[in-house]
Design a protein around this ligand. Structure first.
Ligand code: ADP
Ligand code: MG
Length: 276
């Protein structure tokens, strides 16, 4: 339903061949999932191999069960997920809903299993809640942008001092019984909040809808309702000014279709015209 840009930070996928490796096979209590720990010469965990069931996969990663209440996120390119874990801990410590992280290293991150569908999935099943989900997404943006970015976070997008997620759309929000939880923090950076809002706006307005013509029309209509509710309480003018930067970033994503790119370019032109 939505696409997401994956211009990840360089993962420095460390070669393990020169390290002393210790392989431990551990069976999880349930017996349903096991994993191999690969330890370095100092005994630190440098890689975690899942043997359990894969429960989901995105463009960038695979998610496996990892014992009771936990999942393992494995990056396809093996890059370090330590930085991502640090950001998740940082926002969680400030009361923001991100999964609790247990450990992270090259290509892996172990976190809480969040029970619930993505906001995109939930909105498709419960279209009468589209406005509510839109407001919920807006609230998640507002709350995140109220958190000052830590000094160690690099700048990206539009210059600013906020913590920006840079991929905060309905596919990266899980709707748990306890409320929404934001996942997929790989692109988080220091920047201007308008960039984040603009990016979600661009995706909601331009992403290709699957299915027949009628289905596509319904999906586009539903997205429009969610989008309007999302923008309701946010600074729409500032977000509009952020659209060209968000589009530029998304156009560099090789996962975008030609149709999506065309609509994005049109949106960027519209945003620039509006700024004059
Ligand atoms: N902590 C989690 N608990 C439960 N499911 C998760 C969790 N993290 C991710 N997932 C599942 O994996 C999917 C992809 O996760 P995501 O982090 O967005 O990967 P990608 O970087 O590939 O987009 C999500 O849509 C969700 O279904
Ligand atoms: Mg994602």
């Amino acid at each position: 339903m939505f696409a997401s840009s994956k211009r990840r930070r360089d993962g420095a996928a460390r070669s393990l061949t020169s390290e002393v490796q210790v392989q431990l096979q551990i069976s999880a209590d349930s017996g349903a999932a096991g994993f191999a720990i690969v330890a370095g010469s100092c005994g630190n965990v440098v890689r975690l191999e899942p043997l359990g069931t894969k429960i989901a996969e995105g463009r960038d990663s695979e998610i496996f069960e990892h014992g009771p209440g936990k999942v393992l996120r494995r990056a396809r390119d093996g890059r370090s997920l330590v930085h991502e874990a640090d950001i998740m801990r940082y926002v969680r410590d400030r009361g923001y809903p991100a999964p609790r992280v247990y450990e992270a290293g090259d290509g892996f991150l172990v976190m809480d299993h969040i029970d619930g569908p993505t906001m995109a999935g939930a909105a498709t099943k419960r279209p009468w809640r589209l406005s509510r989900f839109g407001r919920m997404l807006g609230d998640l943006h507002r709350r995140l942008h109220a958190i000052p970015a830590p000094a160690w976070l690099p700048e990206a997008g539009v210059a600013g001092m906020c913590l920006v997620h840079r991929d905060l759309h309905p596919l990266n929000v899980l709707i748990s019984p306890a409320g929404p939880v934001v996942i997929d923090w790989a692109n988080a950076a220091r920047g201007d909040q308008a960039y984040d809002v603009a990016d979600a706006w661009v995706l909601l307005a331009t992403a290709e809808a699957p299915g027949s013509r009628l289905e596509r029309t319904i999906t586009a209509f539903g997205r429009r309702i969610l989008l309007n509710a999302f923008l309701e309480e946010l600074d729409r003018d500032a977000a509009r000014r952020g659209i060209p930067a968000a589009v530029e970033n998304r156009l560099a994503d090789r996962n975008m279709t030609e149709g999506e790119k065309q609509r994005m370019r049109r949106m960027a032109s519209w945003a620039v015209e509006g700024a004059h």
